[in-house]
Write a protein that binds this ligand. Structure first.
Ligand code: NAP
Length: 559
């Protein structure tokens, strides 16, 4: 037998060092790790020890003989990775991450402020607090009253296994030296300069809160929204509780075909019984179960081999009970330009994805809920006078770009699709952090291995670091942030031990100047309240979504 990695893999790599035969790839040291859709187990090398199962934070690893029907395609997907010659012949020596031995400046405690509380922030805090022989204190600052960022507000409610990554962060929060300052906005409640005065180092892990635009007519008509807003709404983000989405039409169009596009398409069409088992926000649940939408068209500007969604998510989508996923057969044929480009690159998984798409049913009229995957189409206008009535699409050709890839270039053939709702799912974008240099083109903080740099002086900004999407851009899955955060913390600890970090000038407790913050005790009270309310309804939790109510519950539980 062998173990198989399945859909909820978060690339956290906790499984990699515990594998005694090094059969889980790509490892963080291998070239493909940064862009890997998931990790894979080599069925020919796996010795069935199960060590990986015990450490997987999202229960993504299953013995092949225990795979439920809907996860069977992952057996082939794991094996497929190792069929590529580029992924064979790896070193059988277990790839343990070398444990750095830091020599601390004598009798000093390293004090670090982490701004943000999502996966990158939490992995960074965990890495700092788990150093042997170093005294470290971490204060985490978060604008909202609830922590864990995209795990709470980004991961789709029907992906509860992925949400269990939060358990890792809960364990981190119990570590000695950790404090949480929720309901505290850096830049408003406390400034960057104040943080610099109170801590040896500040790590910005604030994510990518904006979204990219399409730059086409009609983009801002009522009924056209960013998918990011829709995700925030159904996940109960306090800033989006009162948003309105018109679900009265029969068809919605999603522009872009990344994993967020698949999430919103799936949630729009989810059946009531399955949604009622999740932690979707009650206001969204009430409206989605009343929705008239029966068809969601997901529009990708390039071909099937370039689809931005990951293969695990495609395989998962095909297993949703009662949901049809259909294509136009002529659009899922891989074009000669793609074949030529992929022949020169060891990327057989792109063709594997295209092959899975080609197996989907052809689009025919039907009454049940369905997702229509379209390819090689770009929107040129969102149609309507005072609300969305449709989308005009142009057919694209794929042409070479200067990086050896293929880009979509508009042709002349156009078509219009009627719809009442458009969700623009073309990626997230980072926002500037007041007081710090910013790379506006990429929407990231410029950095060198996590040390924030200033392009004007070509030097580093002393004591300031970055991790996660604001460091590398909005790519990767939850665990990708672990490797990213480890790199940043490594740079920080090098600077600490070399004496490059300046001691805090202000030594009074920061809590004194933040009287309105919510601490860990307050968050635990909200968490317990949500779980208790969910229990009787057989739901993981019922989210408290209004800030005032969150604060009231938190005040009752403040430690
Ligand atoms: P994404 O993966 O970057 O996808 C963006 C999509 O928008 C791509 O299809 C892109 O096409 C398209 N696009 C960009 N500009 C466009 C334009 N002007 N016109 C038309 N299409 C355009 O972004 P995402 O879906 O927001 O996801 C962000 C990250 O979160 C990803 O790494 C994703 O894997 C991750 N995520 C993971 C999960 C999960 O694991 N379940 C769930 C949600 C998100 P091109 O490819 O041609 O640029």
């Amino acid at each position: 037998m062998t173990y198989v990695i399945t859909q909820s893999c978060c690339n956290d790599t906790a499984c990699v060092p515990v594998c005694p035969v090094n059969c889980i790839h790509p490892t963080p040291d291998e070239p493909g790790y940064a862009t890997a859709e998931m990790l894979y187990i080599d069925p020919d090398s796996c010795i069935d020890c199960g060590a990986c199962v015990d450490v997987c934070p999202v229960s993504a690893i299953t013995a092949d003989y225990e795979l439920p029907e809907e996860l069977l395609p992952f057996q082939d997907l794991n094996a497929q990775y190792f069929r590529d010659p580029a992924h064979q012949g790896y070193d059988v020596t277990p790839s343990k991450r070398p444990t750095a031995r830091w020599t601390a400046p004598p009798e000093q405690t390293l004090r670090v402020a982490v701004v943000g509380s999502g996966p990158a922030a939490s992995f960074a805090a965990d890495e700092l607090l788990s150093q042997r022989g170093l005294a470290v204190e971490v204060d985490m600052f978060e604008r909202l009253t609830t922590p864990w960022g995209l795990v709470r507000f980004g991961v789709a409610p029907d992906h509860q296994t992925t949400k269990s990554a939060a358990e890792t962060f809960v364990r981190m929060s119990r570590r000695k030296g950790f404090r949480m300052f929720l309901n505290t906005e850096v830049g408003t409640d406390i400034g960057h300069d104040e943080l610099r005065q109170r801590y040896h180092a500040v790590i910005y892990a604030v994510g990518a809160p904006g979204d990219r635009g399409l730059g086409i007519a009609g983009e801002h008509l009522p009924g056209s929204h960013s998918a990011k807003e829709f995700v925030a709404w159904y996940n109960g983000h306090p800033d989006h509780v009162d948003d309105h989405f018109d679900l009265s039409g029969e068809r919605a169009v999603v522009i872009g075909n990344g994993n967020v596009a698949l999430d919103v398409a799936r949630v729009l069409l989810a059946d009531e019984a399955s949604l009622r088992r999740t932690d979707i926000a009650d206001h969204a649940l009430g409206q989605i179960v009343q929705s008239s939408i029966r068809e969601v068209v997901v529009v990708g500007r390039r071909g099937p081999a370039q689809a931005a969604f990951t293969t695990p998510e495609l395989l998962g989508l095909q297993q949703v009970p009662g949901l049809s996923v259909v294509v136009k057969p002529e659009e899922v044929e891989v074009d000669p330009a793609t074949m030529r480009v992929l022949a020169a690159k060891p990327e057989s998984l792109a063709l594997y994805k295209a092959a899975r798409l080609a197996e989907l049913d052809a689009e025919v009229p039907s009454s049940g809920p369905r997702i229509v995957m379209r390819f090689l189409r770009s929107p040129t206008e969102i149609l309507g006078d005072d609300h969305v009535e449709g989308v005009r699409l142009v057919r694209n050709e794929l042409v070479d770009d200067e990086h050896g890839g293929l880009v979509a270039v508009a042709g002349t053939e156009v078509e219009e699709i009627e719809c009442g709702l458009v969700l623009r799912s073309v990626g997230y974008k980072g926002s500037p952090v007041p007081g710090l240099p910013f790379d506006a083109d990429r929407g990231v903080l410029p950095h060198l291995r996590g040390r924030v740099t200033d392009p004007r002086s070509a030097g580093v900004v002393p004591g300031v670091y970055t991790a996660g999407w604001i460091k590398r851009g909005p790519t990767g899955v939850i665990g990708t942030n672990k490797v990213d955060a480890i790199e940043t913390v490594g740079s920080l600890l090098e600077d600490w031990t070399s004496g490059a970090l300046t001691a805090p000038r202000v030594t009074s407790d920061v809590a004194e100047i933040l009287p309105h913050h919510v601490d860990l005790g307050g968050w635990r009270a909200i968490d317990a309240h949500e779980r208790a309310t969910g229990k009787s309804l057989r739901r993981p939790r019922v989210k408290v979504v209004r800030l005032e109510e969150q604060l009231e519950i938190a005040r009752g539980g403040a430690s």
